[in-house]
Design a protein around this ligand. Structure first.
Ligand SMILES: Nc1ncnc2c1ncn2[C@@H]1O[C@H](COP(=O)(O)OP(=O)(O)O)[C@@H](O)[C@H]1O
Ligand SMILES: [Mg+2]
Length: 263
């Protein structure tokens, strides 16, 4: 009885693994991966204990497969890990980086102050992390007509950026929040720590980058946010950011938050 149960389980697992291999081949072929590279990824997935890859997501690759997203260096797919749906970030064979180890370390540090998707495990070419069932910030602000929701997102991002500033982890790409913030259930998540640098001493750059991009800049997102929050003149924000650059303290952050709260 027990034996037949086990046999059944492993049989199901084998089928899933071979299907996963086939799916992975179609995903990685979109980036001209050779068989060697596909083997490397399959081995790492097995080592990590990833149970399956799930074909689902916003983005359709030219090989006809759906994935969660892709960037210059990676492709991100939905997967099953310890019985939960997660996200697997897989290094592209044509990436300019050799591995995802630095990014995994940066994400672990960010997680210590509750920033970023939770990282569960990693190998040289794969990061298994929390799946964010979210939309990009640009889509979110275009579709939201609720001023308070926008304020909440901006304030939440200020707090997250401040947390990163305090521990000295510079994300370095927050001047393009369009690509680096996903929003799930009105909660923003900062993603993609590939360019992050750990300074180990307080910095000001996360907060100044993201607020410049969200409130001061000329992007569609900034226009929409200023419009929603009735901000016609950005000199007060620029002034506050200058103060913060000189003195990256909680006190200045509180001033920035209360400014946004009252507009
Ligand atoms: N944890 C996640 N959950 C859901 N989707 C994700 C997650 N991480 C990344 N993505 C999607 O994958 C895309 C590429 O990821 P990103 O980390 O920016 O890759 P790259 O380092 O190659 O630029 C993102 O724009 C996003 O759409
Ligand atoms: Mg990127």
């Amino acid at each position: 009885m027990l034996l037949s149960f086990l046999e059944e389980k492993s049989f199901t697992y084998m089928i899933t693994m071979s299907q996963t291999r086939e799916l992975l081949r179609r995903i990685l072929k979109a980036f001209n991966a050779d068989e060697n590279y596909i083997d490397t990824i399959v081995n790492e997935l097995e080592e990590l204990g990833v149970e399956a890859i799930i074909e689902e997501g916003e983005l359709l690759l030219h090989t006809g497969v759906r994935v969660l997203g892709k960037g210059q260096n990676s492709v991100v797919v939905k997967c099953l890990y310890k019985g939960e749906t997660c996200a697997c970030k897989i290094l592209r064979p044509d990436a300019s980086r050799r591995d995802l180890i630095h990014e995994a370390h940066m994400l672990q540090i960010a997680n210590k102050v509750n920033v970023g998707p939770r990282i569960y495990s990693y190998r040289a070419h794969i990061i298994v992390m929390q799946l964010i069932r979210g939309v990009k910030i640009e889509k979110y602000v275009q579709e939201t007509s609720n001023k308070f929701k926008i304020k909440k997102i901006v304030i939440d991002l200020i707090e997250q950026a401040y947390n990163l500033d305090e521990i000295g982890l510079e994300h370095d790409e927050l001047s393009r929040p369009e690509e680096h913030v996903l929003i799930e259930n009105d909660v923003p998540y900062i993603i993609d720590f590939e360019s992050a640098k750990y300074r180990g001493r307080r910095t000001y750059r996360n907060l100044t980058q993201i607020l410049n991009a969200l409130l001061v800049g000329r992007s569609k997102v900034a226009f929409k946010i200023r419009n929603m929050l009735n901000i016609n003149d950005v000199t007060s924000i620029i002034q506050l950011l200058r103060e913060y650059k000189k003195n990256s303290s909680r006190e200045i952050v509180n001033k920035i938050v209360s400014y946004i709260d009252t507009v």
